[in-house]
Write a protein that binds this ligand. Structure first.
Ligand SMILES: Cc1cc2nc3c(=O)[nH]c(=O)nc-3n(C[C@H](O)[C@H](O)[C@H](O)COP(=O)(O)OP(=O)(O)OC[C@H]3O[C@@H](n4cnc5c(N)ncnc54)[C@H](O)[C@@H]3O)c2cc1C
Length: 457
């Protein structure tokens, strides 16, 4: 079977879905393939733009401030590529970087409004949501269910961490202790923090309960009322004004469930930021897929780009394979948004790292060839270190239009654009920049692909 389209997007995480939505909204016939799950669905579901500079211990106050610092320290950082095309003087470049990042943040917030993952926050200052460990993390946009209201501003606030019997992924007493220690060190409210365990039994069993079972259960009618009944006793005991839940408040109706709980208990209820498997990450993934299909994009789930045809310096087609069929898709332009090790865009073995669809040449975070270096040489012996794992900075080097370049620095194909975690030159886990880089580069790669298609028309 053969198809013809304007744009093919390979990869269905944050970068690919934003690129696809922008293109479909611009009127391009757009096909997106996703072979499997994406890192986007494993994320906490909060969108980091820039939270820390590598090796710094103090968080960045505003994304704008962070972008300025990054541009000086790491000129080849993907955020800086946003500013390149009109490189005149530094101020103009910075204006582009900041303007385009801000545009992406605004676009994302507006588009996800009314979906199952509505966002809040803005570009002017980072927010500090609380995690399931009881720590806080700087991030640009959070899902509305994660908003902890005035818990850190109100002098009389009392916070209750709620655990769920049989749900091993969250320990409310450890979180409460860590959070209280942090707040005492900061000499700020809340001055009282408590914890409790309640029982939610998705399948009538109070053991081995998973986050997805809990989230689905809480979406059922009557579940929130039952939960509120149990909670009231614990809330009264410590006089809680705020209640923190692990991120399981619902897959479809999380915001409605939060608001209902607030109404029934008279407290501010919120979800903590969690680790995979992450319900808010899955909500974000599904919401992005919804806006893409709503814009008219076509999605091929379970299809992997396995081979391609390139004529001279133009990519002509790719082959998308699923267990049952193979489709050749011809297109005018392509966006490669296959992610890194989790998405599958970059892989490694004893011979070195490789890009998995076009066999492009990955580079290290310092932009040296990563092809013949075995992955173990890029991992630090300390699992958590201020500089992170160097392997996370490896990926593709791109030109000012986000087109992957070869060893000679020239674009590999005139009509192939890349975005997201497949790119080199940034370390999301230490910088806290993962979904921000994916969103902004996806947005820009799509704009560049649209421009390219217009140019050749
Ligand atoms: C555990 C964890 C927690 C995180 N938490 C946060 C957080 O709280 N905030 C934040 O901002 N960032 C976070 N990140 C980072 C963030 O999730 C990633 O940086 C971001 O999701 C990358 O998006 P992407 O679209 O580039 O790649 P991905 O989301 O990985 O998507 C890649 C897509 O490409 C598809 N694909 C790959 N190869 C092919 C092929 N050959 N054919 C077809 N499809 C293909 C995959 O199936 C997948 O759909 C976290 C990451 C992890 C792992």
């Amino acid at each position: 079977m053969d198809l013809e389209t304007d744009l093919v997007v390979i990869g269905g995480g944050m970068a690919g879905l934003i690129a696809g939505t922008i293109a479909a909204e611009a009127g391009l016939d757009t096909i997106l393939l996703r072979k499997g799950q994406s890192a986007t669905a494993y994320s906490s579901g909060a969108i980091d733009v820039i939270g820390y500079l590598p090796e710094a211990s103090e968080p960045i106050i505003s994304p704008e401030e962070g972008l300025f610092a990054l541009s000086r320290l790491y000129p080849l950082h993907p955020y800086n590529v946003l500013g390149y095309d009109k490189r005149i003087e530094f101020e103009k470049v910075m204006e582009n970087i900041v303007g385009r990042t801000k545009d992406t943040v605004t676009w994302l917030k507006a588009h996800l409004d009314g979906t199952i993952a509505p966002l809040m926050g803005d570009f002017e200052s980072n927010m500090h949501p609380i995690t399931i460990l009881g720590t806080t993390k700087p991030t640009c946009l959070i899902q509305k269910t994660m908003h902890n209201g005035d818990v850190q501003d109100r002098e009389d606030s009392v916070l209750l961490f709620v655990g769920i019997m049989g749900y091993a992924d969250f320990n409310p007493s450890t979180a409460a202790k860590t959070y209280l220690e942090d707040r005492m060190a900061a000499a700020g409210p809340p001055r009282k923090v408590g914890h409790c365990i309640i029982q939610v039994m998705p399948f009538g069993k109070p053991y081995n309960v998973s986050s997805i079972e809990l989230a689905r259960h809480l979406d059922h009618e009557g579940s929130i009322e039952n939960l509120a009944e149990q909670l009231k006793e614990h809330i009264e005991q410590i006089g809680a004004t705020h209640v923190a839940f692990p991120p399981v408040l619902g897959l479809q109706d999380a915001l409605k469930n939060k608001e209902k709980l607030e109404e029934l208990t008279g407290t501010t209820v919120f979800e903590l930021l969690g680790f995979p498997p992450s319900i808010p990450g899955q909500r974000l993934q599904r919401a992005l897929e919804t806006i893409f299909t709503k814009a008219g994009g076509k999605m091929l789930l379970g299809h992997e780009a396995t081979s391609y045809l390139k004529v001279d310096d133009n990519l002509k087609s790719i082959t998308a394979a699923s267990p049952r069929r193979e489709i050749k898709i011809d297109a005018k332009a392509f966006v490669l948004a296959t992610g890194k090790y989790i998405g599958g865009g970059i892989a490694g073995d004893e011979t070195g790292l490789r890009e998995t669809v076009f066999d492009l040449k990955p580079v290290t975070g310092d932009y040296h060839s990563a092809m013949e270096i075995v992955p173990s040489r890029f991992t630090s012996r300390l699992s958590i270190s201020p500089t992170g794992q160097p392997i996370q900075s490896c990926g593709l080097s791109v030109d000012p239009r986000f087109r992957p370049v070869d060893e000679d620095g020239l674009e590999w194909a005139k009509n192939l654009f890349a975005a997201g975690a497949v790119l080199a030159g940034y370390n999301y886990s230490v910088e806290k920049s993962g979904l921000g880089v994916a969103a902004t580069s996806g947005y820009s790669a799509a704009k560049n692909a649209i421009e390219f298609i217009k140019e050749v028309a």
